[in-house]
Design a binder for this molecule. Structure first.
Ligand code: ZN
Length: 183
C-alpha cells in the first residue's frame, strides 16, 4: 500500500468518515458499528498525517462525532474536504482548521434551501465544487448518471447564490483545489 500512497498521483486519503444513516437496529450491534467506524476513521486520519496527504471526508448524520474526532486527532495538520457538505452549521468552524467544503449537485435541487443559506457563510477560500459521480446529478439533468461536465451547473448556481460571475467561481474553486491537494 505504501507504494500507492507515496505515488505522486495520490493526492489524498479517503473517502473516510462516519455514516450513521443506516445503522443496525439492534442496540449492541449499533454500538459496535459506531465504535468500529470511529476506529477506522482515526486510523485513516493517522495514515493521512503520516504521509502528509489531505483527507476526503464523508459525514452523514454524524456531524458532532466527526467534528470531535477531526479536532481531537489534529486532522487539521493535513486538512481535507468535507465532501458533499451536509449543510450542518456546526461544521462551519472547521474552516478555521484547514477544512474545505465540497459542494455538488444538491445545490441545484429545489429543496436545497438549507445548503443555499449555509453557502454564504463558508469562507470563499474554502469552497470546492465536486461531482460525487455517478450520484447527485445537478438540475437540469437530475436522475441521469452524473459526469464531471455537469459541475458547470453547480458553478452557475453557486455564482447566482454568491452574486459572482461563473468565471470567478471557476477560478476560485480551481485555485482552492490546487491549494488543498498541493497540485
Ligand atoms: Zn461520500
Amino acid at each position: 500500500m505504501v507504494q500507492y500512497i507515496n505515488h505522486p498521483k495520490c493526492v489524498a486519503v479517503g473517502e473516510c468518515g462516519l455514516d450513521y444513516y443506516r445503522l443496525p437496529e439492534d442496540e449492541v450491534e449499533k454500538k459496535e458499528n459506531i465504535k468500529l467506524q470511529k476506529e477506522i476513521f482515526v486510523a485513516q486520519i493517522n495514515l493521512a498525517k503520516k504521509y502528509k496527504k489531505p483527507l476526503i471526508i464523508h459525514i452523514r448524520d454524524a456531524s458532532s462525532d466527526s467534528k470531535e474526532i477531526l479536532l481531537k486527532q489534529n486532522a487539521g495538520e493535513v486538512g481535507g474536504v468535507l465532501h458533499c457538505f451536509n449543510a450542518d452549521d456546526q461544521l462551519l468552524s472547521l474552516s478555521d482548521h484547514g477544512f474545505y467544503f465540497g459542494i455538488g449537485g444538491v445545490l441545484t435541487f429545489k429543496n436545497a434551501k438549507k445548503l443555499i443559506n449555509v453557502l454564504v457563510k463558508i469562507p470563499k477560500d474554502k469552497l470546492l465544487i465536486e461531482t460525487d459521480a455517478p450520484y447527485l446529478t445537478p438540475e437540469p439533468f437530475r436522475g441521469k448518471r452524473n459526469e464531471p461536465i455537469y459541475t458547470k451547473y453547480v458553478a452557475l448556481k453557486m455564482g447566482e447564490v454568491l452574486d459572482m460571475d461563473v468565471e470567478k467561481i471557476e477560478e476560485l474553486s480551481t485555485s482552492n483545489a490546487k491549494t488543498l491537494f498541493r497540485i
